[in-house]
Design a protein around this ligand. Structure first.
Ligand SMILES: [Fe+2]
Ligand SMILES: [Fe+2]
Length: 306
């Protein structure tokens, strides 16, 4: 076995790591808009010569709003996926049922958490940030695919939140402590979700034919490609939101859109796709699928979509 995860131990760790929403952000708490909110390793706004330091910070905050919104969408497809997966197993192993339902309950709490942060953000930020949506439509688009492909996308997301937390620690100089707390608390529970989702993916992959796994790989690429395209559109929205806020067109705006798209691509796709644990699950599910994903990530083929 390529891992030693099991439902009983992971449930126990999850229950120990659990926190309450108000411990992270109370409904009346305000964010600190005098500081950055996203780690620089993810937002990559401090390197932009076309913006002065104040504008870089505003753009970093637009990137933070993007983070809250994207995780709002992501959590929205994780929750029904888990409920669907739990239902056929309700009469099975007790630890498994409890671990998956607890996982679902934590993701429902994360939806609430990201909504609460977004409300606090929108209360204090003077620019209306344009976002892709509606969330339910985007989530439904992902859920329309093969459950194993969806499970793998979710696993990729669970592991990527680790990289986000590490980034928030490393770049801790100027980040709003409430955002740092968001990354930390999300990561605490996601660390257990990643183990459970590994077990879910293992179960979904078991006994599939090569033909079916090839189709799953195609669908995995379709979802990743859809997410990738969405990030590209969102990068343009972010630049347009900044321009609206500043009341001017930014020099080199097209290059800026590309630079921000690349930053988002790293944050929301590549940091998960290249995570060793994620690659190990891909390899165990299907070596051919792992090889196709690795090939899509080589510099010669920079597009994630097949
Ligand atoms: Fe989550
Ligand atoms: Fe999660």
């Amino acid at each position: 076995m390529y891992h030693d995860f099991n439902y009983q131990a992971t449930l126990a760790s999850s229950l120990r790591a659990q926190w309450q929403l108000d411990d992270v952000l109370r409904p009346d708490q305000d964010l600190d808009f005098s500081r950055n909110m996203m780690p620089e390793s993810l937002a990559r706004t401090a390197e932009l010569d076309s913006l002065n330091p104040f504008e870089q910070r505003v753009f970093n905050q637009i990137s933070a709003h993007q983070y809250l919104s994207i995780f709002g969408v992501v959590e929205e497809f994780i929750l029904p996926f888990l409920i669907d997966h739990a239902r056929p197993h309700l009469l099975g192993d007790d630890w498994r049922v409890r671990a998956i339902l607890n996982f679902a309950s934590e993701e429902a709490k994360h939806i609430h958490l990201f909504n609460r942060y977004r409300e606090a953000f929108e209360r204090g930020f003077p620019i209306a940030c344009q976002m892709l949506g509606p969330r339910e439509v985007l989530a439904q688009r992902v859920l329309s695919h093969h459950p194993l492909a969806v499970g793998l996308i979710i696993l990729m997301i669970e592991w990527m939140t680790q990289a986000h937390y590490v980034g928030s620690i490393r770049d801790d100089s100027d980040i709003d402590p409430l955002f740092k707390s968001l990354f930390k608390h999300h990561w605490m529970e996601e660390a257990q979700h990643a183990k459970l989702d590994t077990l879910i993916v293992d179960a979904l992959a078991e006994g599939r034919s090569e033909r079916e796994l090839a189709q799953v790989t195609n669908e995995f690429f379709q979802i990743a490609g859809f997410l990738d395209k969405s990030l590209q559109v969102q990068a343009r929205f972010n630049v347009e939101s900044l321009e609206r806020g500043l009341g001017r067109t930014i020099d080199g705006r097209d290059a800026l859109i590309v630079q921000q798209y690349r930053a988002a691509r790293w944050t929301y796709l590549i940091s998960g796709l290249t995570h060793d644990r994620f690659k190990a699950t891909l390899e165990a599910s299907s070596p051919k699928m792992a090889a196709r994903v690795a090939a899509a990530l080589t510099p010669r083929q920079p597009q994630v979509a097949a």
